[in-house]
Ligand binder design. Structure first.
Ligand code: GLY
Length: 372
């Protein structure tokens, strides 16, 4: 049986593409032996484009803001069609600086945000602690961004999976072992189990593994390891996300569920190293406890390491590739959860009209001279 579209990868990005494509009338098959067990399960779910704004990444910021704007309707639709809760938290994000140099960096960020017309409020140490009383009195200042939110990434993935099933997406629980290429065109995938899955178009949504699928042209995607922790017993500890600079190091604390707290994340260029290390856990807990001392009393319930799909400019690879029939939805680096709604919509448009929407056009591989 030939399907219109095979999506290789059943993480947040792959499922979002599959759901939106199926809604547009395409027959879609998702291939993944463990859907959601990659970067999606590690994602803290920060939806924080303003707090994460960086010089030279203005196009990515525009895409990220566009995706954030879609989030409330995206989650409402998912909850409505699946009956599942997705926990979109709209309690804002507080960036804090631990020492004088950290606060200087916050001031630079604030100046950049102001230049771009982004809403952020610079706070004194006292105002910062009034927002989040659990912060240490040593915090030297803060930056409140009311519009930066968070989502429970695991709940989002479960809802997307249910929405896909409800829209007729077929899920094949097997590993894509090779891209089939016939007469210079992608024509489906071979499964590790031995079967062929023919398709008119293949969407590559394998995250950090996107460059590893035989048959795919070389892609500028590399694994960027992140170690991340989950703790319990944090009910009422924080009202929203806290992103801290602690002696120049970044740590974030994201409340989730009724009493959970996510503390993340290391950023390591170590290839596909899957180890959770003593040093990684130590660094995260040390910095988190410096900023919110009560973290020391919480129960450490989970540690894990996964790989972000990093690219040279930290932005995703979207749309056509150099191989006809192969469409890219990968390279989301630190922004997979944030960019899930806009990616699904953009790639579904590419699949049905042959054209990416304008907001996604800067993210084709053309920007690298179309190596892929
Ligand atoms: N988006 C947060 C991270 O990649 O650690």
């Amino acid at each position: 049986m030939t399907t219109d579209v095979v999506v290789a990868g059943g993480g947040l990005i792959g499922l979002s593409v599959a759901w939106r494509a199926a809604q547009r009338g395409l027959s879609v098959t998702v291939v993944d032996d463990a859907p959601g067990a990659g970067a999606s399960t590690a994602a803290a779910g920060m939806l924080a484009p303003v707090t994460e704004a960086s010089y030279g990444e203005e196009a990515l910021l525009r895409l990220s803001v566009a995706s954030l704007q879609r989030y409330p309707a995206f989650v409402a639709e998912l909850e409505q069609v699946t009956g599942l809760q997705v926990e979109l938290r709209t309690t804002g994000t507080l960036a804090v600086g631990f020492d004088a140099d950290d606060v200087r960096q916050l001031d630079e960020l604030h100046a950049f945000q102001t230049e771009l017309g982004l809403a952020a409020e610079r706070l004194t140490p006292r105002e910062t602690r009034r927002r989040e009383p659990a912060l240490t009195p040593r915090v030297r200042g803060g930056l409140a961004v009311a519009g930066d939110h968070s989502v429970d990434g695991r709940a989002l993935h479960a809802a997307l999976l249910a929405a896909c099933t409800g829209t007729g997406v077929r899920l094949v629980r097997d590993r894509a072992a090779e891209l089939t290429v016939t007469a210079g065109r992608a024509t489906g995938v071979w499964l590790a189990g031995g079967d062929a899955l023919p398709a008119d178009v293949v969407v590559l949504a394998l995250g950090a593994h996107s460059d590893s699928l035989p048959g795919v042209p070389p892609l500028p995607v590399r694994p960027v390891k992140g170690q991340i922790l989950r703790l319990a017993g944090a009910a009422g500890l924080l009202t929203g996300t806290v992103r801290a600079l602690v002696r120049g190091r970044h740590v974030y604390l994201v409340p989730w569920g009724t009493d959970g707290l996510i503390v993340g994340a290391t950023v390591e260029d170590l290839g596909f190293d899957a180890r959770v290390t003593a040093g990684g856990v130590h660094e995260l807990l040390h910095d988190a406890i410096d900023v919110v001392p009560e973290v020391a009393e919480l129960e450490l319930t989970e540690t894990l390491a996964r790989w972000r799909p990093g690219t040279a400019d930290n932005a995703p690879l979207l749309g056509p590739s150099s191989l006809p029939g192969l469409v890219l939805a990968t390279g989301h680096h630190r922004n997979g959860a944030l960019l899930t709604p806009v990616t699904g919509e953009a790639i579904a448009e590419q699949l049905t009209t042959g054209q990416l929407p304008a907001i996604a056009e800067p993210f084709t591989t053309d920007r690298f001279g179309r190596t892929a």
